[in-house]
Design a protein around this ligand. Structure first.
Ligand SMILES: [Zn+2]
Length: 353
């Protein structure tokens, strides 16, 4: 099954699906199009090429979202699709900066109510319809800061915060480090929930000096824009200026050392595979004027979790270690390195449990 944004030409199928899942004439194409224009994002669940479920996500305020139009085709109900659609909508809300999500459903319907309670929703209020036996029940849920990680090992219970087996979970070994500089991590959505991701180690180790943003192809978080406008820091994007159009933006290692003498540095790191990082750079106009640093690594990476993927490159945590060394924070770099090595060791142990 695949869940992805619905294309405009698929709206007719979506209307058909909603009318089959609920009673006939539940919604018209005009109504759905109107909701789309009001900033509701519609996602479809596809089995092979057939649309079998849908969910809408409406932004109510900067931090709160509402789930609307959740439906699963009658032939596919009670098979876990609804749960997956809800999880997808929640993750999309988290990635767009949401911390609260709400929804409404018709009652009395005890099994539906219990289904939502099991998914972590709390009943807020019940509103009675005029001239009807039915009422609408409103429920809400607080969202975590990051989407849950998939477990590293199916044989043992895993921590939802980090994905590692609970017995050797990395949440317990975060070092508490500080730096005068700042790390801004722009994470490709494919990295989300990947247990092998190391960009998160930087955030874990430097909670007060790191900001993580999830990259989106068409929108940019207002908070990221604001962060990039902060002139307390000298901004440097860690990416090789390997194309002619980047030439004038290149900054050397020596120059970074000089800059650091006068000003704290905001290091902007693109977190993803080489290909994903390049895509972020190409499609994000807000990164256009920032100086670029090539780390020019002359050692082999210790990171072996994604073999053959980024030959000759170091992983995101190793980038931060190198940057700290570059600005003379050797002891801190050493501490982060030790944490990174424990992460690798525990990953290995976790897989073999
Ligand atoms: Zn954990």
């Amino acid at each position: 099954m695949e869940i992805r944004p619905l294309k405009k030409e698929e709206y007719t199928d979506c209307v058909h699906l909603l009318n089959q899942a609920f009673e006939e004439k539940y919604i018209t194409l005009e109504q759905l199009e109107k909701e789309f224009l009001k900033n509701t994002l519609f996602y479809g669940a596809f089995e092979k090429l057939e649309l079998i479920g849908c969910v809408g996500l409406l932004q109510k305020s900067e931090e709160s979202y509402k789930i609307v139009r959740l439906a699963v085709h009658p032939n596919y109900q009670h098979k876990g699709y609804g749960e997956k659609l809800i999880a997808h909508a929640e993750n999309m809300a988290i990635l767009n900066g949401g911390n609260k999500i709400s929804l409404g459903f018709l009652v009395p319907n005890e099994s539906l109510k219990n289904w939502y309670l099991n998914l972590g929703y709390q009943i807020e209020k019940i509103k009675k319809y005029k001239n009807s036996e039915q009422s609408i029940c409103f429920a809400k849920k607080e969202l975590p800061k990051t989407p849950p990680y998939k477990g590293l090992n199916k044989r043992v219970p895993c921590c939802s915060q980090c994905g590692f087996p609970e017995k050797i979970c990395i949440c317990k070994i975060h070092p508490k480090l500080a730096t005068g500089n700042k790390f801004v991590i722009i994470m490709h959505p494919e990295e989300i929930g990947r247990v092998t991701n190391t960009g998160r180690l930087i955030k874990n180790a430097f909670p007060n000096n790191t900001e993580v943003f999830y990259w989106h192809r068409t929108t940019v978080s207002p908070k990221l824009k604001k962060t990039l406008k902060n002139n307390d820091y000298h901004k440097i994007l860690v990416f090789p200026p390997d194309r002619e159009e980047y030439g004038h933006r290149a900054v050397s290692r020596d120059l970074v050392k000089e800059i650091r003498k006068d000003k704290n540095i905001m290091f902007i790191i693109l977190d993803g595979t080489w290909k994903e990082a390049r895509k972020i750079l190409k499609k994000s106009s807000y990164l256009e004027d920032i100086q670029m640093l090539h780390l020019d690594i002359d050692f082999k990476t210790e990171y072996y979790l994604r073999r053959n993927k980024d030959l000759g490159h170091i992983c995101t945590a190793e980038v931060a270690i190198e940057l700290l060394k570059l600005v003379g924070e050797i002891e801190t770099a050493h501490e982060l390195h030790k944490y990174f090595q424990s992460f690798l060791l525990r990953y290995d142990q976790g897989r073999r449990m």
